[in-house]
Design a protein around this ligand. Structure first.
Ligand code: EPU
Length: 340
């Protein structure tokens, strides 16, 4: 396999900017190259990590086995019927650029997910979501390589077992399937989701009364740029913890103790704003060495340059402990730690 690289520095391949070293590394642009890489790994009994943009990942210093950089591209329209369009994108396409393209073509429905870092293939793994829209709502199906059998398998929405920042690719059989392409069910007529308060407020502040999809796209970009650090400037992986779900009873107990508690109803339970819990524990803007809690959004942990995954996990552990001590709620990490 000619494009196999040994001891590849992965600093530019993970949005935290950690200086991880991959024992073996290969970039794949075709299915055949991917199959070759998987066969090589199997032959050597190497564990495999498939990297997209590395934007939901905490990489330890030494990465054994093989790291495959997914770079299979492609954009195509599968079908158009009345006001619906089905669009397929290669797993290696950059998420935000794909959304810009959709907007130019007049394919609507994903505007609220603008500026999320990473690739198309990574998006279903954690069922990305923002500002009132989750990927599963616009998802049609995906094609993946089963690394156990070597077969290609199509997954429809139910097969993926989507949940809040979760799917079968993350929780049930992590690493078994490599996503090759993702198909989205979009609309040819604007279908705006404006219920997220910050979104509605910003549109109002701009004097936009009848927003177009491009307005929503622009406003989401502006809100994200204001609240979330740009990984090119300050290493991060977006929200580091999930917003914890608690029962309605537990929510009422907490609200009695903490009248300013920020929470949102979610089915018959409540989702607590983890950023608020962390801020209340005094972590917002605090640094330990080169890692810290972002000053404008306490749910985001950052690497100021020379930090390591070990330092970050220590900080995360302290944050989890103090939130548990104060609120009795256990925060769950959102990005993947590799090796676990
Ligand atoms: N808050 C604080 N202090 C903070 C941060 C937040 O008090 O430091 C409170 C505020 O009341 C704020 C509320 O928490 O209004 C919610 O904050 P925000 O709107 O920033 O959203 P979030 O719940 O912190 C989630 C997603 C984000 C997504 C936004 C917008 C998760 C884990 N995170 O964050 O997704 O962009 O909503 O929809 O669900 C990501 O997953 O990486 C991510 C960035």
């Amino acid at each position: 396999m000619d494009s196999l690289v040994h001891n590849q520095d992965l600093r530019r391949h993970n949005s935290f900017g950690f200086a991880a070293c991959a024992a073996n590394f290969m970039r794949v642009e075709t299915l055949e190259q991917l199959q070759g890489a998987v066969a090589q790994a199997r032959h050597n009994s190497w564990p495999v990590l498939v990297l997209g943009g590395g934007s939901n990942l905490v990489l330890r210093e030494q990465i054994p086995g093989l790291v495959i950089q997914m770079a299979i591209g492609g954009r195509r329209v599968e079908s158009v019927s009345e006001d619906k369009v089905r669009v397929t994108l290669g797993a290696g396409e950059i998420w935000h650029q794909s959304l810009e393209w959709m907007l130019e073509q007049g394919y609507y429905g994903l505007e609220n997910l603008a500026l999320i870092p990473g690739t198309v293939g990574a998006a279903p793994i954690q069922n990305i979501g923002a500002y009132g829209v989750e990927l599963e709502q616009r998802f049609d199906s995906l094609l993946a390589l089963d690394t156990d059998s070597g077969d290609l398998r199509r997954f429809n929405r139910d097969d993926c077992r989507f949940g809040y920042r979760d799917s079968c690719f993350k929780s049930h059989e992590p690493g078994r399937y490599v996503i090759l392409e993702v198909s989205f069910a979009l609309s040819l007529i604007p279908n705006l989701v404006l219920r997220y308060q910050a979104l509605a407020d910003e549109l109002k502040a701009r004097g936009i009364e009848q927003p177009q999809p491009s307005d929503v796209f622009d406003v989401v970009c502006a809100i994200r740029q204001q609240k979330l650090p740009d990984p090119a400037e300050l290493g991060n992986a977006g929200s580091f913890f999930k917003n914890p779900l608690v029962s309605a009873d537990r929510y009422r107990d907490l609200l009695q103790q903490f009248p300013n508690l920020v929470a949102y109803p979610a089915d018959d339970a409540y989702k607590l704003a983890a950023g608020w819990l962390i801020e209340q524990c005094g972590w917002k803007g605090r640094c330990i060495g080169a890692v810290g809690v972002y000053s404008r959004q306490a749910l985001v942990l950052v690497n100021q340059g020379s930090g390591t995954a070990t330092e970050l996990m220590l900080l995360a552990g302290q944050v989890v402990d103090s939130v548990q001590l104060r609120f009795g709620v256990v925060l769950e990490m959102e990005p993947r730690l590799y090796p676990a």
